[in-house]
Ligand binder design. Structure first.
Ligand code: C2E
Ligand code: MG
Ligand code: MG
Length: 734
């Protein structure tokens, strides 16, 4: 029961609830009996072990002893001694008076020698000196007391000699009722013995009394001081060990006395402290819980809580069934552009508005979460009203598209890519359902965004293949399966070979007859880009291509430009300028003989950074070309700001130039644009003489394509250049 109460307290605390007074009182009641029993059992032994009790008792014992000794020494003992001596003197006086004969002359001894001898023999009197009432000496008998007194000057003389055990006293005529003075010496050893017996008896009584008082005191101390103090110590110890849920029984001691009052106060303080601690802890836990499970910007659950809730909802019910639900993942299209161009305040406001709109569009039963920077995830039970996940996704798409988001009086049309997956149709593992929705979302993004994609197993297979390819690609780098091919670039006017584009080739060995296959860069470059592997690969390409070109220059007097493709990822994920500079220094190549080909996609990223990087690269002295020009996002206004040397018309325009007037006019426009901006224009994908003729007519500067040569290994490239006669018409006419 006690442990139940404790567990309840702990659970409440854990759940972030304050423990109720009930919890405490149950705890207190239960623990009271246990605790107090153990306390009382231990206290008799404790009393005799208590240092404080011993000290107090010892002090009291000594005090009683001291007081009693003083009373005896200064009060009862002298009085007792006096009484004893008085009795001794009285006995002596009676005996002496009895033998004095009143009829004899005043100047003679009033008794006979015989009488005195008997007196000395039968009483404690050991000697006598006799004087007349005029103090004239008459005679001495036995031990001479006059030795002590001398002549009788002091008629009141008395002396008790404890060393020799005698007592000398003067009996005057008043005492004796006779006209004589008698100085009497008496044996006082009897008195001495009585006195010492008296002292011994007194000491015994004193000790017994002291012991009795001390024992009573110890018991009283134990009951009234030690027990309460131990009780308080026990409570403090419990509070020290377990400050949040201390084991505090109610105090059995009277609160009206000082210690009882102090205990009550201490108990209250301990419980108050426990209460405060629990409250502080549960508040902190609440806060931590909020931070860990909720997104601070939108107040929506975060991905962690979403995944947890997903797992809970996916748990089977007792009848073995589980709810069906849709998992929809949403990614805002080009949100980064809004953030970059309008600032984070606008970005944040849009994220908040999207969250709000989604939350209010979805029923209570749905979980709407923010799962990433510009990503949201929704889980919604499928019911008879809404029974397909697609319906949920369409609602989401509609809600986002419905009207622009208003931020600071500006309208922003937000679009979103959406991935959809259904539990348990697509996967029985809730984590997998979410992953599937993410896979579908990626598909939606790849397929041009602003669209919904429902998960299909084929996506998964494609993803698996990508993972496999990534693993293989890493392997390929280690085992040097990557190599560079070179494709010549020619001057359309002079026919000269003026450059070479380095193109990656991956020869992947397998068990086939050929011993392996070439994997197209079109297949593996996107995988390398997504994983960041493009950075080390790109660096290897640049270094290898520059080294090759430098070799051609030095060993074969071949003064041509080497063009190297650079991915957008290399711009954002690496210090491309630093690396290029290092390669140029190390290889010792003339930087103007190196050209980096970038695609228009780099202008989609942080434009300020892109311009800066291009300017830095240009400052190194390398040339810059825009590859696949015309297919992507080109802004003429930007184009003027870039330090570009060359436009490379995408091969699709060249391929179709002869049968598609639109493509022909695009190619024509690009050439004109190049001329206007004073940029060189190179056409790629030149396969036939017709293509070439078209380009000559339009005034294109340079060409590259299968008509002249496919990309070929370095040695073949050297052969090509050395065998080429410089005449474009020498190439066959296909
Ligand atoms: P790209 O830079 O536009 O390269 C030109 C592509 O067109 C090459 O394909 C080349 O073989 C092909 N080509 C050249 N002339 C003709 C022709 O007359 N007809 C046809 N049909 N095709 C022609 P490849 O080698 O398969 O490379 C594909 C793409 O892979 C390249 O396009 C480039 O974007 C990328 N790539 C290749 N190597 C690298 C690299 O080292 N780094 C990076 N980042 N990307 C690379
Ligand atoms: Mg290229
Ligand atoms: Mg190209």
């Amino acid at each position: 029961m006690l442990s139940n109460a404790k567990t309840s307290l702990r659970t409440r605390t854990h759940e972030g609830l304050s423990p109720t007074t009930d919890d405490y009182s149950v705890l207190k009641e239960r623990s009271k009996a246990e605790n107090f029993k153990s306390l009382l059992l231990s206290s008799p032994g404790q009393i005799w072990k208590s240092r404080v009790s011993w000290r107090i008792a010892a002090a009291v014992f000594m005090t009683i002893l001291l007081v009693q000794t003083m009373i005896m020494n200064f009060g009862t003992l002298p009085a007792y001694k006096d009484r004893m001596l008085k009795d001794l003197r009285e006995a002596g006086r009676g005996a002496v008076a009895a033998i004095i004969d009143t009829k004899v002359s005043i100047n003679e001894a009033p008794f006979s020698e015989e009488q005195v001898k008997r007196l000395l023999y039968t009483t404690d009197i050991s000697g006598l000196s006799l004087y007349t009432y005029e103090t004239n000496f008459l005679n001495t008998y036995g031990a001479n007391p006059t030795k002590t007194v001398g002549r009788l000057h002091d008629t009141n003389f008395t002396q008790f000699n404890e060393e020799y055990g005698y007592y000398v006293t003067v009996l005057n005529p008043g005492d004796l009722k006779r006209p004589y003075y008698v100085v009497m010496r008496m044996d006082a050893t009897g008195v001495q013995n009585e006195i010492s017996a008296y002292v011994q008896d007194n000491i015994k009584i004193m000790l017994i009394m002291s012991l009795f008082v001390t024992t009573v005191l110890m018991i009283a101390l134990g009951r009234w001081l030690l027990e309460p103090v131990l009780f308080m110590r026990q409570n403090l110890l419990s509070a020290f060990k377990n400050p949040e849920a201390p084991n505090i029984p109610d105090s059995p001691f009277d609160q009206r006395d000082e210690i009882g009052g102090a205990i009550e106060l201490a108990n209250k303080l301990i419980l108050q402290n426990a209460d405060n601690l629990t409250r502080i802890k549960s508040a902190a836990e609440d806060k931590i819980h909020k931070l860990a499970y909720y997104d601070t910007l939108t107040g929506l659950p975060n991905r962690t809580l979403f995944v947890q809730t997903l797992s809970e909802r996916a748990r089977q019910k007792s009848d073995g069934t589980a709810d069906r639900f849709a998992v929809v993942t949403i990614d805002l299209d080009h949100f980064k552009d809004i953030n970059d161009s309008m600032g984070h305040n606008v970005g944040d406001a849009i994220l908040r508005s999207v969250a709000k709109r989604l939350r209010s569009a979805m029923p209570e039963s749905a979980v709407v979460s923010r799962s990433g920077e510009d990503e949201y995830a929704i889980m919604m039970p499928l019911s008879s009203d809404i029974n397909t996940s697609r319906d949920v996704a369409e609602k989401v798409l509609h809600v986002i598209r419905a009207e622009p988001f208003k931020v600071f009086n500006e309208a922003f049309q937000v679009r979103a890519s959406i991935g959809v997956s259904t539990f348990p149709d697509d996967a029985v593992d809730p984590d997998q359902v979410l992953k599937n929705a993410d896979i579908a979302l990626n598909r939606a993004k790849e397929e041009g965004r602003d669209t919904i994609k429902e998960y299909s197993e084929d996506f998964d297979r494609a993803v698996q293949q990508r993972f496999q390819m990534l693993r293989d690609l890493r392997d390929a780098m280690e085992h040097e399966q990557l190599q560079l091919y070179y494709q010549p670039q020619l001057d359309l006017r002079t026919g000269e070979v003026i450059g070479a584009e380095a193109l990656l080739r991956w020869w992947k060995p397998d068990n086939s007859k050929q011993g392996g296959t070439f994997i197209s860069p079109g297949e593996f470059i996107p995988v390398a880009e997504q994983s960041g592997l493009i950075v080390p690969i790109g660096e290897w390409v640049l270094k290898t291509a520059c080294t090759m070109a430098k070799g051609w220059h030095d060993d074969h007097n071949l003064d041509i430009r080497i063009a190297v493709n650079v991915s957008g990822a290399q711009f954002t994920q690496s210090d491309i300028c630093g690396f290029t500079q290092r390669v140029i220094n190390e290889v010792g190549i003339d930087p103007s003989k190196v050209e980096l080909e970038v695609t228009e996609s780099i202008f989609m990223d942080d434009i300020g950074h892109t311009i800066q990087t291009l300017q830095n690269l240009h400052a190194i002295g390398v040339e810059l070309a825009i590859d696949d020009f015309g297919t992507g996002y080109s802004s003429l206004s930007y184009l003027r700001q870039f330090p570009i040397d060359r436009l490379k018309i995408d091969q699709s325009f060249i391929r179709n130039a002869l049968n598609d007037p639109d493509d022909a006019s695009i190619a024509r426009t690009i050439i004109a644009l190049g001329r206007a901006l004073n940029l060189n224009v190179i056409a790629e994908g030149v396969e036939t003489i017709e293509h070439e003729k078209f380009l000559v007519t339009e005034g294109c500067d340079e060409v590259q394509g299968f008509r002249y040569s496919r990309p070929i290994p370095a040695d073949d490239f050297l052969d090509f250049v050395q065998n080429y006669n410089g005449d474009l018409s020498s190439f066959s006419e296909e």
